[in-house]
Design a protein around this ligand. Structure first.
Ligand SMILES: *Cc1c(COP(=O)(O)O)cnc(C)c1O
Length: 367
């Protein structure tokens, strides 16, 4: 028996989701976001499958992530979203930086000139996210300055939505308007079109005008909609484990740290090897369910570091070694990352990356 939970990654579901995106966006190239180890699904395997499926480009947060993909033999263009520290990495591994201010642009220019080469870069404009990027007011003149530095080829222009997942698209609309204006002015200034992209998952699903020249999905690749609805997507990650032991306890028995759960009747309590060290938040204490024999059962007491207890009194025949599903489908029922996230006041992204960074992964349907 394996210890601890397994995050099962269904690569055919990933392909299905990628194809669903292509159906929505038509011929618009897809920059697949595989940052944070592909939202916990394993960047190398996921990227390989996405490139096979037709992803034109990958996006990661840091150069270290990109380096791993190159070492795994991935040849597709890689856009690095949030890392401008080590300019040499970009030249060494053929990566595309996102330039977000003149200081970092100057560093890339200097390194390119030193090497006697050019670097293709995308320029980030802050249209309302308030995170990083050139201001829309100065972007055009700053890009002019960048061009004058030499060594930098502005290939793309990008921005990011702050609330495309709301049904009220007023602010997203303003961001699009601003982005369109900057794109037009930049193209005029450079005397050629630049590839513009702003659409994250929420915009891909709900804002046609946001597609521009490429889209940048993350979450929907992994099978979840930012609107917490189905959309025909297929969750890629399932987290399962096996019951360590089932015990019959008399009424009045406290379960787990702090005695926050006390049996009200003669109960069957199963110890399940999954805990907060595996990414199963301690906030699920007395506040979640798991699937056993196709039935939902409640978490009993506090989630521990490596163990969580569940109350299986109402399910017949549960025994040691039975499969427990923590995230995903078992029989006719399923526990989704949406359900788990709403229980602890977070978002599906957080659930997926938490499990993904800690549980052991297994890939299925790789063929
Ligand atoms: C994470 C990220 C995305 C993908 O966002 P999703 O909501 O997962 O689709 C796109 N662009 C940037 C800049 C990001 O940081």
């Amino acid at each position: 028996m394996n210890r601890g939970p397994v995050a099962e990654i269904d690569l055919s579901a990933l392909r299905h989701n990628f194809e669903s995106i292509s159906r929505i966006t038509g011929k618009v190239p897809v920059i697949s976001v595989v940052k944070a180890d592909a939202y916990g699904h394993g960047a190398t395997e996921v990227s390989g499958r996405l490139v096979d499926a037709g992803a034109s480009c990958l996006a990661v947060a840091f150069t270290g992530e990109a380096r791993k993909l190159r070492e795994a033999g991935i040849k597709a263009p890689i856009l690095v979203l949030f890392d401008t520290f080590d300019t040499e990495d970009y030249f060494r591994h053929d990566l595309v930086p996102v330039l977000h201010d003149l200081r970092t642009a100057a560093a890339f220019s200097k390194e390119a000139l030193r090497r006697g080469t050019m670097i293709s870069a995308h320029v980030k404009v802050d249209t309302g996210m308030g995170r990083i990027g050139f201001s829309p007011q100065s972007a055009v003149s700053d890009i002019g300055k960048m061009a004058a530095m030499g060594g930098i080829e502005v290939e793309g222009l990008m921005s990011h939505f702050s609330e495309a997942d709301l049904t009220d698209k007023t602010f997203a609309g303003l961001q699009i308007e601003m982005f369109r204006k900057v794109r037009r002015e930049v193209s005029e200034r450079l005397g050629r079109p630049v590839m513009a992209h702003i659409a994250n998952s929420a915009a891909i699903i709900s804002i046609k005008e946001a597609f521009f020249d490429a889209v940048r999905p993350g979450l929907i690749l992994y099978g979840y909609s930012p609107f917490n609805d189905d959309r025909g997507l297929r969750p890629v990650m399932k987290v399962r484990t096996r019951i360590l032991v089932v015990r019959d306890l008399p009424a009045g028995t406290p379960v787990s740290y702090g005695r926050t759960f006390v049996t009200k009747r003669r109960s069957r309590i199963a110890a399940v090897p999954v805990g907060y060290a595996d990414g199963y938040s301690r906030l699920f204490s007395n506040n979640s369910e798991m699937l056993v024999r196709g039935r939902r059962v409640p978490v009993a007491g506090r989630v521990c570091m490596d163990l969580t207890m569940i109350d299986v009194t109402d399910v017949d025949g549960v025994s040691d070694g039975d499969e427990v599903v923590i995230l995903g489908r078992q029989g006719a029922d399923a526990i989704t990352a949406v359900e788990l996230s709403s229980r602890i006041n977070t978002i599906p992204y957080d659930i997926l990356t938490s499990f993904g960074s800690r549980a052991r992964r297994e890939y299925i349907n790789a063929g």
